[in-house]
Design a binder for this molecule. Sequence first.
Ligand SMILES: O=P(O)(O)OC[C@H]1O[C@H](OP(=O)(O)OP(=O)(O)O)[C@H](O)[C@@H]1O
Ligand SMILES: O=C(O)c1cc(=O)[nH]c(=O)[nH]1
Ligand SMILES: [Mg+2]
Length: 192
Amino acid sequence: MSTEDVLAVFRSAGAVLEGHFILTSGLRSPVFLQKARVFMHADKTERLCKALAEKIRAEVSGRIDYVVGPAIGGLIPAYETSRHLGVPAIWVEREQGVFRLRRFDMEKGARVVIVEDIVTTGLSIRETIECLRGLGAEVVAAACIIDRSAGKTDVGVPLIALAEYEVPAYPADALPPELAAIPAVKPGSRNI
Ligand SMILES: O=P(O)(O)OC[C@H]1O[C@H](OP(=O)(O)OP(=O)(O)O)[C@H](O)[C@@H]1O
Ligand SMILES: O=C(O)c1cc(=O)[nH]c(=O)[nH]1
Ligand SMILES: [Mg+2]
């Protein structure tokens, strides 16, 4: 799938929102990709995640033991991508703000691929890697549906993006006046 194909799926689901958004990194943006409006549709999610699974298979050599999704946004794409890869999907979730693998056991040396929905700064993927490495896992790659940094983010492992789509984001103290004029909303689940 091309970036245009992926964006067409997001647009068809009404998932490309415009306004003033507080992102999980604290950055502000006039555009928010509300992935939940895509993932509510099994057919759209299947199309995206099947293509992502094919990209992962082409780029990762060797065994994959688990796909890991960072909750909440990563839950559905990790599950659906894992279905096409034929490996189990598990997730990390925040406990007092820190990602933990609360519900699963994972053997040391397990080879995992993280599957995220959206990447902006890569912070959430880096936090997930820290959690998984702490458990003795080998993170062989991370993957996402849309990389808003368009390849600029370095998460320390190969990042496989189905689409790269650069969207502006600003520090809270450096807002353009047209953005500052709109009340800000924070759609994600991280407490800032
Ligand atoms: O690359 P980053 O700067 O970390 O931004 C991307 C992250 O932000 C969103 O999660 P969020 O914490 O907002 O909550 P959600 O998963 O519940 O949507 C999204 O699901 C990614 O996990
Ligand atoms: O950076 C984020 O927090 C973020 C951006 C975006 O477009 N969509 C999303 O779910 N999170
Ligand atoms: Mg998230």
